[in-house]
Design a protein around this ligand. Structure first.
Ligand SMILES: [Zn+2]
Length: 230
């Protein structure tokens, strides 16, 4: 009998040890508590040539990896990605193919780009064509540049995309339902600092997106109205 108890006790110890190694109660809670420690981000954050990315943004944003049909991997904020995939699917049902072409870029990556290009092309050129590190909306993870595919050909050249007016007009009709806005609208350069970019979408949530689309205003104006309490 004593021997049996000893054997049972040994089995119990073994099971507990296996459990501890495999982390039966472990990894999931660890991960979710790591996520809990991140503060919720402000989906209406304004980042432009005059507004810097908040200092604590990069430590709080939750990024997810996604792969496009060309096998390229991208990081996108989790809610933004979820909504992009729904938008992409809805458009695919209409025969329009959109894909991720440029998404999250860290401040450090932007700094490297800035430094490399300064060496290669000089400061004047860089100041004109590269966003100052910390001042690009792509740092937020909430911005997505898309490309389109037409007749089996990927189109991601800026001028070629601008020429595809009809396709982009149709794509833009679907944005607000998924919480996206067209960030750099036609004739908005004086306010946004950027010329028309039919490919650059920004996630702001459905309510804000619908209001912005309805009023045909820039995001800067929308945030301005909010601050003024209008
Ligand atoms: Zn962009």
């Amino acid at each position: 009998m004593k021997r049996l108890i000893k054997i049972l006790a040994l089995i119990l110890v073994a099971v507990l040890a296996v459990c501890a190694v495999a982390g039966c109660s472990g990894k999931k809670t660890e991960k979710s508590s790591e996520k809990d420690s991140k503060k919720t981000i402000d989906y209406l954050v304004l980042v432009n040539k005059n507004h810097k990315l908040p200092d604590d943004w990069e430590e709080n944003v939750v990024l997810k990896e996604a792969e496009n049909r060309y096998g390229e991997k991208y990081l996108v904020e989790e809610k933004t990605l979820e909504n992009f995939l729904a938008l992409q699917k809805e458009l695919a049902d209409e025969g329009i193919i959109i894909e991720l072409d440029s998404t999250y870029r860290s401040v450090a990556e932007q700094q490297k780009l800035w430094d490399d290009w300064t060496v290669e092309y000089g400061e004047d050129y860089v100041k004109k064509y590269v966003a100052v590190p910390g001042y690009s909306e792509h740092h937020t993870g909430l911005a997505i540049d898309i490309c389109i595919e037409k007749d089996g050909k990927r189109i991601n050249d800026n001028d070629e995309m601008i020429a595809e007016e009809e396709i982009f007009e149709e794509i833009h009709k679907h944005l607000a339902d998924h919480g996206f806005i067209l960030r750099y609208i036609k004739n908005g350069v004086a306010i946004t600092g950027y010329d028309y970019e039919p490919w650059h979408f920004r996630y702001v949530g459905v309510d804000a997106a619908k209001e912005i689309a309805e009023k045909k205003i820039t995001f800067e104006e929308y945030v301005g109205h909010l601050k003024a309490g209008k």
